[in-house]
Write a protein of this length. Sequence first.
Length: 148
Amino acid sequence: MKVARLSLAAFAAIVVSAQASASTPPVTESAAVRAAIGQAQTSAAPSSGGGAQPAELVDFDYHRFFERAFRLGIPTQRIAYELTVGADGKPTDCALSRDYRYAATDRQMCRQIMRVARFNPARDAEGKAVASTYNGEVMMVNVITYDR
């Protein structure tokens, strides 16, 4: 039997389906993330009309994200993040729920999350696009494969 090795293809992701905070209506799960499991929260900027809609995650390129995480040596763990989503639906800022050993790892993980996440912008009661926040979580799992 040969030595065990980690396979990039063996990384698995579980991203939680979006769920709105108590102050906003539920977020619908898009086709791009329908296979994902978990929980996330979004919140739109407060409005006086009560008809605000939070940002909707419409795409998350798992392969690109995990390929980069694999190169950074991120082990099996949950990565919780908060994205600021601009009125144009593009992430503008990111914060991780915990610090990693190296600040460069934090920056790289946030950069990668911002690259692979796409949103429909949040809307206020008048239907105008507004900035919002999106809280999500990704679970990374390393699986060891064996050469025979």
